[in-house]
Design a protein around this ligand. Structure first.
Ligand code: B1M
Length: 215
């Protein structure tokens, strides 16, 4: 198979053997970030489709996710980094009940490489922990990720909790994850939230929105 097809297959098949050699070859040809976005994410998309249609079982999805994570970790030191002053600070978490973190961690990488300080709390974080971390670190923005449909409800509850604590105006909120839609976030949730809440389709939109929040 040609290199790009082979790399994508590694993600889909969860095949680690020889991964580094292929990634080195890829790095010689294209920037690290493009490899992640154009090749590896395409593999994860196929995994999602196969899993969703019952053609792939969960343990294999987990293996694919591991190869994805290993690949991103291998490529990360090769990504461009903007040096200079810290532009702002974001507390980032996957919401309560949700273990998906590949997307959140990509957001972490993109923001960290572009001048932001990221306080990455990890997965399955209850709102109390997220809000405490935001207060303690004096974050400028709160970012929540979640991929399950259930997580879209949790995000709504989290915003309501911020309303009732009277801190909605203090922390603009960035939301992302596959189960969300722009309309749900920027119409439905924006209607009930007493602060600013925005939807990011991908990590790059997350970066643009961070820049807008901080402007
Ligand atoms: Co899960 N899973 N999974 N899973 N899994 C999905 C989400 C699912 C859509 C698959 C499917 O059915 N087709 C489905 C959800 C269905 C639903 O809710 N309606 C699903 C399910 C059902 C489950 C379990 C319930 C399965 C089970 O146990 N029976 C279980 C849930 C466990 C739990 O959370 N409590 C589960 C478990 C897992 C694994 C552990 C095996 C693994 C996760 C490993 C890990 O993350 N460490 C996994 C995976 C890998 C997936 C799919 C296949 C791929 C997700 C992924 O990493 N994509 C996924 C299919 C899909 O999403 N269509 C699926 C790549 C990643 C880069 O994309 O995270 O969307 P994503 O991030 C994007 C954007 O969304 C955005 O930027 C990124 C790109 O730049 N973004 C943000 C994300 N967060 C952001 C935050 C921001 C800004 C942008 O600002 C704060």
């Amino acid at each position: 198979l040609p290199l790009w097809e082979r790399l994508k297959r590694r993600i889909v098949d969860g095949e680690r053997k020889g991964l580094e050699a292929d990634l080195d070859e890829a790095l010689a040809r294209r920037p690290a970030l493009e490899i992640v976005n154009d090749v590896l994410l395409d593999g994860m998309k196929t995994v999602g489709e196969l899993f969703g249609s019952g053609q792939m079982q969960l343990p294999f999805v987990l293996q694919s996710a591991e190869v994805m994570k290993t690949s991103v970790a291998y490529l990360e030191p090769h990504m461009e980094r903007v040096e200079g002053e810290i532009k702002g600070r974001i507390v980032l978490a996957t919401v309560k009940g949700d273990v998906h973190d590949i997307g959140k961690n990509l957001v972490d990488i993109i923001l960290s490489n572009n001048g932001y300080e990221v306080v990455n709390l990890g997965i399955k974080q209850p709102v109390s922990v997220i809000l405490e971390a935001a207060e303690e670190t004096r974050a400028d923005v709160i970012g929540m990720s979640g991929l399950l449909v259930k997580s879209t409800v949790i995000m709504k509850e989290n915003l309501e909790e911020m309303n009732s604590r009277g801190i909605a105006g203090r922390f603009p909120v960035l939301l992302g994850g596959a189960a969300l839609t722009r309309a749900y976030v920027e119409q439905d949730l924006a209607d009930l939230f007493q602060g600013e809440v925005r939807y990011a389709r991908d990590a790059f939109e997350g970066l643009r929105l961070m820049d807008a929040f901080m402007a």
